[in-house]
Design a protein around this ligand. Structure first.
Ligand SMILES: O=c1ccn([C@@H]2O[C@H](COP(=O)(O)OP(=O)(O)O[C@H]3O[C@H](CO)[C@@H](O)[C@H](O)[C@H]3O)[C@@H](O)[C@H]2O)c(=O)[nH]1
Length: 505
């Protein structure tokens, strides 16, 4: 008899930083016995993903219509990686328009798959509105937060409490997350700093975050042993199961729809020519970049510190980040020629094969904006971080990595800070040279790497914490299905037979 497959529907927000961990989780889920995955996104993202799925993958890609021009956004905007920074919030707000189309999509899936409606809907942390739809159809609903527990706990608490508005001091603590100790006003984005709870951004963020309370559980791309503080915060706060199933990482062969600005083998050959632990990798994720003056300061620091480096260069703030990088205009005079002649540095335009780079033994440190995917990718290779957080929860990821885990030193903060080249060079030398601090950071990063490996292991009778959390999550979803199957009732009292008329055969 054919095995019954349980369909898991997944829908990430349209940003590489969200699509990447969702895809990594989807690839893990399809390996689970009895699971199939339907991966939903807007047409352009799905088109790009088609070519990136492994050939033997059974993941079903499903398009959901979305027309960015209807929301005052540039035509064909379907991913934050093609948007100027100041439009990202409008894009986020426009994603609310997906609600009725997603409901129709789920309704169609339920009707088409008579007898076997999806067992679970996993939605992005920005799509908490999906809970209502899932529950209408009696389907288990989980939010997958692609970020870490600590970083998101800080964000959650900041948006809901706005503690900085109750003090004249630049420093403050979080009323419901005292464990995180002190925060500084420079760790707030412009929107958060100005928020008063009534402005449109606060209203949107608070509604979205309060929606987490309606989920049946929260999946987090993190590891229990690494991120206890943040996980405890959410368990206490939301009163729902929180399953740390990370790290969900893509392998170097799966690119989530992005072509690289350099062939991975060219990059690897270049790295092969460098001694072990001698190269600094610099990248600011999928949607961030530096100011023009900070690009110059960073270039000067790299020349002064004489380290080898790979730098993913993007046009500065205020320019289209997908346009050509004008080295002559934005870098110090003669910089490109000098680094080419010395063979010390590699400038990569647009998109680098980051996972391959970080896993090369020549990499000694990562100058990063501390996006959570980049953080996990670096730590899973035992690479310490020089943090330059720019937006979102990156400030709190940097704080966590520096204060709690000891694998990071911060060099700059925010989009508008001015960082001087000598300060950057000092941090680079501190981490890359054989200083006491540098050695200790590398040792700790390797400990975290080992901890992550253990967490996802499931072999010879040993089940790591993340593998266990994944089992628990799937069991919870199946249990709800079983309850429905025996009662033929969905939680809100609607008869499942009505939704799926041929259920009785
Ligand atoms: O040249 C590049 C640049 C990025 N990447 C990949 O793109 C992803 C970037 O993700 P992340 O480091 O998390 O940064 P963002 O794209 O900025 O991610 C958003 O989503 C994250 C997860 O929720 C949050 O932690 C961040 O704050 C938010 O900005 C990573 O997998 C990188 O490997 C590449 O492969 N090549």
């Amino acid at each position: 008899m054919a095995e019954t497959k349980h369909n898991v529907v997944m829908i990430p927000f349209m940003a590489q930083g969200h699509i990447i961990p969702f895809l990594a989780l989807a690839l893990q889920l399809e390996q689970r016995k009895g699971c199939t995955v339907t991966f939903v996104n807007t047409p352009l993202n799905i088109q790009k993903l088609r070519s990136s799925l492994p050939r033997n993958s059974s993941i079903h890609l499903l398009e959901i219509p979305f027309n960015s021009s209807d929301y005052g956004l540039p035509p064909d905007t379907e991913n934050t990686d093609s948007l100027p920074h100041d439009l990202i919030l409008n894009f986020l707000q426009s994603s609310l328009a997906l609600k009725p189309v997603f409901r129709k999509l789920i309704s169609d899936l339920v009707h088409e798959s008579c007898g076997q409606p999806p067992v679970c809907i996993i939605t992005d942390m920005f799509f908490s509105w999906c809970a209502e739809i899932a529950h209408e159809f009696g389907i288990f609903h989980a939010i997958f937060c692609g970020g870490g527990g600590y970083g998101f706990a800080c964000c959650f608490s900041l948006w809901l409490n706005l503690p900085h508005r109750n003090t004249d001091s630049e420093e403050f603590t979080l009323p419901d997350f005292q464990e995180a100790s002190k925060f500084h006003a420079t760790q707030l984005t412009k929107h958060l700093r100005n928020a008063d709870g009534r402005d449109s951004i606060s209203v949107f963020q608070r509604k979205m975050l309060r929606g987490w309370y309606n989920a049946d559980g929260i999946l987090m791309n993190t590891v229990e042993e690494l991120d206890k503080l943040g996980l405890t915060y959410f368990r206490r706060k939301i009163g729902r199961p929180v399953w740390p199933i990370g790290p969900a990482l893509l392998s170097s062969r799966t690119r989530a729809g992005k072509a690289t600005g350099i062939a991975p083998d060219v990059c690897e050959k270049w790295l092969d020519t460098k001694p072990l632990n001698s190269v600094l990798y610099i990248s600011f994720g999928s949607q961030n970049t530096l100011s023009e003056s900070n690009i110059v300061q960073l270039a000067m620091a790299l020349e002064a510190s004489s380290v080898n480096f790979i730098w993913v260069v993007r046009p500065p703030l205020g320019f289209d980040i997908n346009s050509e990088f004008k080295a002559k205009e934005w870098l110090p005079e003669g910089f490109e020629e000098r680094i080419k002649a010395s063979g010390r540095g590699l400038l990569v335009q647009k998109w680098a094969p980051q996972v391959e780079i970080l896993s090369h033994g020549a990499i000694a440190a990562f100058l990063s904006h501390c996006g959570w995917n980049s953080t996990l990718e670096a730590l899973s290779c035992g690479v310490p971080i020089i943090g330059w957080p720019q937006a979102a929860e990156q400030f709190y990821n940097a704080k966590f990595l520096e204060e709690e885990i000891g694998v990071c030193v911060e060099v700059g903060r925010g989009l508008t800070c001015e960082v001087r080249h000598d300060a950057i060079a000092r941090k680079i030398e501190l981490v890359m040279n054989e200083t006491e601090k540098g050695i200790e950071m590398r040792r700790r990063a390797c400990d975290v790497r080992d901890m992550m490996k253990e967490a996802i292991k499931a072999e010879k009778g040993f089940v790591g914490s993340s593998a266990k959390a994944m089992d628990e999550f799937l069991n919870a979803a199946m249990l709800m299905r079983k309850d429905i199957d025996t009662s033929t009732r969905v939680p809100n009292g609607e008869v499942l037979k009505q939704l799926c008329p041929c259920r009785d055969g």
